[in-house]
Design a protein around this ligand. Structure first.
Ligand SMILES: [Zn+2]
Length: 330
């Protein structure tokens, strides 16, 4: 049985999680079906990665077409856009895409790391916490649109004071709102530092997703993250850099063989124009059309695939609302 301490009172059937997910339009209870847990529908990383690393208003219509295709062919239920303010996040466009496609979209609050924005440098931990809480509970800017997860990360340097402030602010916002935390690792070996800070700040690590762990050079390091209870992000499926798609499939099989299927998150982290279907890429279908067949060839069952594509994303994005158990002063 899945231990979601703050999901008590919600119904569970056959270990299927029925918790509420906070989409950009509000809380919904999703039916069974796949969720892409780490994608970008709008993003701007052009300042350090070039013009291809931008998804903006110009791409809105082709992204809508792309997502319609994935919904129609593969039954996609929801997608998490993990861009944050300063990184090209655009809630109004996300809302339009959600409506046009008929797809649930989870929007992230949080702070980017490369480079860390002034707002995160200048503000206190409490102020950063309150910015995130506001976007989750009241709305983004002047809108009623809301965030349903917290995205934070560390850059390529050794984590330092500014990152600890951001992580502790995110921890407090997560505990007070019941939303999950998704972290970016520029170096996957930073995962244990991230978990240490979040755990010390009181976060239940079973509500944390550490991204990009397929890049871990030593598989035993993935096991160490898993032992802490966090979700394991195998989430850059189709990336040209890093391990090949076949190597990533081997990592997933090895992780499943080690009993980690309940902690694996599969997604393709689309963040480039060139990856969209309209531009000759595979787009948001990548996980389904390119990767799952490799897992099936390696003997992974439909039940296990359903756990990774459907159950696990629900667990990470379910809102956990029981604040009494963590003793938070409000
Ligand atoms: Zn990403």
């Amino acid at each position: 049985m899945f231990l979601c301490w703050a999901c008590e009172g919600l119904s569970f059937e056959n270990e299927r999680v029925q918790g509420l997910i906070r989409t950009i339009f509000g809380d919904v209870e999703l039916s069974d079906g796949p969720i892409l847990a780490h994608e970008h529908l709008q993003i701007d990383l052009s300042h350090n990665k070039g013009e291809d690393n931008v998804l903006s208003l110009d791409e809105e219509s082709v992204i809508i077409d792309d997502l319609r295709y994935v919904k129609d062919v593969y039954g996609l239920q929801a997608v998490a856009d993990l861009s944050v303010p300063g990184g090209g996040r655009n809630p109004k466009i996300l809302a339009r895409i959600s409506q046009q496609v008929g797809l649930h979209v989870i929007c992230a609050t949080g702070f980017y790391w490369d480079t860390v924005p002034d707002i995160a440098i200048k503000n206190s931990l409490a102020a950063l916490r309150d910015i995130m809480i506001g976007e989750i509970t009241r709305g983004i800017g002047e809108t009623d649109l809301r965030c349903g997860t917290i995205k934070i990360g560390t850059d390529q340097t050794e984590p330092s004071g500014i990152f600890e402030k951001i992580f502790r602010a995110a921890a407090a916002a997560s505990i007070m709102t019941g939303t999950s935390i998704v972290t970016h690792t520029t170096e996957p070996e930073q995962a244990l530092w991230q978990l240490d800070v979040l755990e010390d700040a009181g976060v239940d690590l079973s509500h944390v997703l550490i991204s990009h762990l397929h890049k871990m050079k030593n598989f035993t390091e993935i096991l160490k993250v898993a032992e802490r209870g966090a979700f394991i992000g195998i989430d850059q499926i189709g990336f040209k850099k890093g391990p090949t798609i076949e190597q990533v499939a081997d990592i997933v099989v090895r992780a499943i063989d080690n009993g980690l299927s309940n902690q694996l998150i599969l997604s393709s982290d689309i963040a480039r124009k060139s990856r969209l279907r309209a531009n000759g890429g595979v787009g948001y279908a990548t996980s389904f059309s390119e990767f799952l067949p490799l897992l099936r060839q390696r003997g992974i069952s439909e039940t296990q695939i359903n756990v990774m594509m459907s159950d696990n994303p629900r667990k990470i994005y379910c809102i956990r609302n029981d604040l009494t158990k963590v003793g938070i002063e409000q």
